[in-house]
Design a protein around this ligand. Sequence first.
Ligand code: HXC
Length: 509
Amino acid sequence: MDVMLELETRRQAAREGGGQRRVDAQHGKGKLTARERVELLLDEGSFEEFDMFVAHRCTDFGMETDRPAGDGVVTGWGTINGRMVYVFSQDFTVFGGSLSETHAKKICKIMDMAIQNGAPVIGINDSGGARIQEGVASLAGYAEVFQRNIMASGVVPQISLIMGPCAGGAVYSPAMTDFIFMVKDSSYMFVTGPDVVKTVTNEVVSAEELGGASTHTKKSSVADGAYENDLEMLAEARRLFDFLPLNNRQKAPVRPFFDDPARIESSLDTLIPDNPNQPYDMKELIHKIADEGDFFEIQRDYAANIITGFVRLEGQTVGVVANQPMVLAGCLDIDASRKAARFVRFCDAFEIPILTLVDVPGFLPGVAQELGGVIKHGAKLLFAYGEATVPKVTVITRKAYGGAYDVMASKHLRGDFNYAWPTAEIAVMGAKGAVEILYRSELGDKDKIAARVKEYETRFANPFVAAEKGFIDEVIHPQSTRKRVARAFASLRGKKLSNPWKKHDNIPL
Ligand code: HXC
């Protein structure tokens, strides 16, 4: 009986983390504890803990007298809606969640198992960074984690939840995972904090401005989503998880659906305004195509001229990439290209089919874009689409001009189904621009130019020239888009396509 008692006593001590005072301080900041977060993230009662009794081995700075069980991180596995996931959750109440040699070993252990057994890893980050008392042993621990992030990339999905400080080199572990979520006001990420910034560059900046959720979801694009509090984030992480496969050898889960795949949406017939320069909300189309209108958006607040996220069709996950005419007229620019390229590569790595909705007047012109390297960044999206071997279905709703036509999952980049609405305009450029180049000498004569524009529009501002060449497989009624797209993906479930052997490609990074 004594041993049973000892087990319970030890377990209880481990569960208490850094003690009630520190737990209260954590709650006082509006943050849940490491264990509370795991409980909420996973299905009730599903968590199986590893290494609850692991303690650090540091003997410097009097650390030998303070060896809390678990060493500042809770690790193990459990399920989300019945599907397996490995989890680590840093405990800020124990040495500020700082990473020691043994803390790192615990994380590495579950990452190794995740890679071997084919289940995703969700990391909950809440840490003061490298355990200062351990010096280089802690840095080594980080690098061991980094190496595993890299090995796991493209093998199992990795999700990082930033729920407290994440600073110094520590940010590079989340940075190499597939998705990063941040909690508003209580989390931040930066390589060097405000004090160091002040010393080195004389810039005065708050932690929030430098690395808060708003900064990283709106400006830097480091993070993919910002949430109000711990509860909302954990619920959303579960929602995202449900869209994803467990690993790169399995398909995403098929969920029961209660939405007719052949559902007709008459309202889509009038989605495109009569005036070609008037915007409309592409999200309306996404919601109307999706099962039950459910859309999980990735990077909603960054480069809103392109939309990325997940929907389901007939219960199966589909990645959506769509130009948004409401922002910058839906132009592709540096930010949009980077955002969408990363999303397309995630989908391709994990066998998630891609639906592309196109209304793009071209690449955004401008000195800033050219000097910023739009050539190379735009090429990322082109490259990502071209190398992707997953089923690709494209619908052109309106404009598909110039290079952007090619980029947006065109037939020529191995698009499987390339549909166009009757309102599609597929051309090298818009009519006005084209006429100004072709008929420069007539520019003084307004009537003549108007007639030329009309002529150009009649000839090219439609989907039929492309359809005659077979670049568009079919011109479809907008109202039947869900049905056509769902059938297309259904027909592609057996698709097998591979690229030539290579060690790896050289995507223009
Ligand atoms: C050891 C740490 C710690 C650390 C915090 N603590 N950070 N212990 N190593 N890195 C401990 C504190 O001593 C304190 O212990 C408890 O955690 C809570 O810390 P507070 O400072 O009281 O909390 P708060 O005021 O909320 O401030 C949080 C913080 C601050 C902003 C994170 O603690 C901080 O600045 N820590 C140092 C951050 C840092 O410089 N880390 C190294 C970065 S370099 P008690 O016993 O009082 O509860 C790095 C390199 C990684 O990480 C490289 C990878 C390649």
